[in-house]
Design a protein around this ligand. Structure first.
Ligand code: FE2
Ligand code: FE2
Length: 382
């Protein structure tokens, strides 16, 4: 019998797996006739597939063939994938030697407290980010160009976790203690628990997006992860370490975070774009009272976190600045989705943050090792 070729659309596949000889010592698999609902009347679909029409694609609930990339309905999603591939690095390529010295000999107690707790928060957060996009979001998307960028995002979140692990390991922190910290420090646990609750709701096995309430819950959850979790908490979350970097401290760790931040800016922008398209396609709007509750609990969690990590201020940075910058970022994210600002009048109290996070400028300024991975046009900064 000739072997069945995957790219052969003319010859029918073997009628039953049993027709393929089992490996010696293994029992033959049961044939499809044993599967419920299967009849011999089901024809091969090879000759009845209509071309995919881009207009038929949808963010969720689409009926077109998800295995066919083009024609694109969301060409911007493909552009995101191309952009993401311009930011390649691994944590091993950035020297942490000076950080080891800084941590043990230059940082004071308050600065070490900030540094350790930021890492403890971030490392748990990135695992949540990976699980959200890979397990809760990607499987609900029904256009391949969306899933392809999200697949890259899943990898990047794993890379970020590796990066934190590399920092923890290089500096010689107690891994067991650092990784367990979110379970014993209420202010860290609060942010993680809030995100975990949202994630678990949209990962229920019976969560059907044909139900409008569920669809709204999913849109709100995606908004939370993209605009708040990544767009505010991550963005703001790196800031205390950038504050050290501005004083010439922990520059290796800060450089690692700059690479991560460049990914996160794209994750946030992509997620916001998907949410906007989803709301438009589904003629859906986010419930103002649900949004207010979301912003309020996000702000409360962030304030408690800031009060803990910055219980003693460090030079040039304190808990009040952190919380006020969160509100400023929250307004920016809300505007990007076309929503009202949750914290009217919030000011940009850290005007250096956007610039500090820009990898290119800081590389020249601090004369750190030149590892310029971006090979294409500039990544949009917002
Ligand atoms: Fe991440
Ligand atoms: Fe992310």
């Amino acid at each position: 019998m000739s072997a069945f070729r995957f790219d052969d659309w003319e010859t029918a596949a073997p009628a039953t797996p049993a027709a393929i000889a089992p490996l010696s010592g293994e029992p033959a698999a049961p044939g499809p006739a044993a599967l419920p609902g299967r009849t011999d009347d089901n024809p091969s679909p090879a000759h009845s597939l209509a071309p995919v029409n881009a207009a038929d694609k949808r963010i969720v609930g689409g009926k077109t063939d998800i295995n066919q990339l083009a024609p694109f309905k969301y060409p911007w999603a493909w552009e995101f994938f191309l952009k993401a591939n311009r930011n390649h690095w691994t944590p091993l390529e950035i020297s942490m030697a000076q950080d080891v010295h800084d941590y043990h000999h230059k940082l004071n107690g308050a600065e070490r407290h900030v540094f350790e707790n930021v890492l403890a928060y971030l490392t748990t957060s990135d695992i949540l980010a990976m699980r959200n996009i890979g397990l809760a979001v990607m499987e609900k998307m029904s256009a391949p160009e969306l899933q392809i960028y999200q697949a890259r995002q899943v990898y990047e979140e794993a890379l970020h976790t590796w990066t934190y692990q590399h920092c923890i390991e290089s500096i010689g922190l107690d891994q067991q203690e650092i990784y367990n910290r979110y379970r014993v420090v209420p202010a860290i646990h609060g942010k993680i628990a809030l995100a975990n609750r949202r994630l678990e709701r949209v990962m229920r096995p019976d969560f059907d997006l044909a139900d409008r309430d569920n669809l709204h819950e999913f849109a709100l959850s995606y908004f939370f992860f993209a605009a708040i979790f990544e767009g505010c908490w991550f963005y703001n979350g790196f800031t205390p370490i950038f504050a050290l970097q501005r004083r010439g401290l922990m520059k290796g760790a800060a450089e690692q975070l700059q690479y991560i931040m460049r990914d996160e800016v794209l994750h946030c922008a992509f997620g916001i774009r998907v949410v906007r398209e989803l709301l438009k396609e589904e003629n859906l709007s986010l419930d103002p009272s649900a949004l207010k509750a979301l912003w309020d609990e996000a702000e409360a969690a962030e304030s408690a976190y800031a009060a803990y990590i910055l219980r003693d201020p460090i030079l040039g940075y304190n808990a009040d600045l952190h919380t006020r910058q969160f509100r400023f970022m929250a307004n920016r994210r809300a505007r990007q989705v076309g929503l009202a600002e949750p914290f009217p009048g919030a000011e940009n109290v850290l005007p250096w943050l956007d610039e500090q996070a820009n990898l290119r400028k800081e590389k020249n300024f601090f004369e750190t090792r030149v590892t310029e991975y971006q090979t294409g046009g500039a990544l949009a900064w917002e």
